[in-house]
Design a protein. Structure first.
Length: 136
């Protein structure tokens, strides 16, 4: 179900808690909300739709990728960039990494590891920051 985008900085700056199998429904809510904003959005974290759970979604090519309890385990190639966010007005400068490796649980609750580069890596890092309560 499509959800409203949270814009309250106090709520967004709270660290998210681990997701459980009871939170699998968030994958559909995130996907529906992402698709509703597809012209201006390439990723979301669960706190952006009102849930303080560690779940993100981002566009990986043409497909949305959902990660439960993602953990950044490796990063390389720092660079400075500007980003915007549906929850915030305007854009801001931030440091991202060109190549990252993330461990996560998929929608079948299976542990996966993926290495992302370039724009998909940047989007994923932005959403991972949301889980930590970090706003750009």
């Amino acid at each position: 179900m499509q959800k409203a985008i949270v814009k309250d900085p106090f709520f967004l700056q709270q660290k998210s808690v681990p997701a459980t199998k009871d939170d699998l429904f968030l994958a559909q809510d995130l996907q529906d909300t992402l698709l509703a904003h597809r012209e201006s959005c390439v990723g979301l974290a669960a706190n952006m739709i009102g849930s303080q759970k560690r779940v993100i979604i981002f566009m990986y090519g043409m497909l949305p990728m959902v990660m439960f309890n993602p953990v950044l385990i490796q990063k390389s190639g720092p660079y400075e960039t500007e980003e915007g966010c549906l929850s915030l007005t305007g854009s801001r400068s931030t440091i991202r990494y060109q190549k990252i490796t993330v461990e996560y649980l998929d929608q079948n609750w299976l542990k996966k590891t993926i290495t992302l580069e370039d724009f998909p890596a940047q989007i994923c890092q932005h959403e991972l920051d949301h889980l930590e309560g970090v706003l750009i």
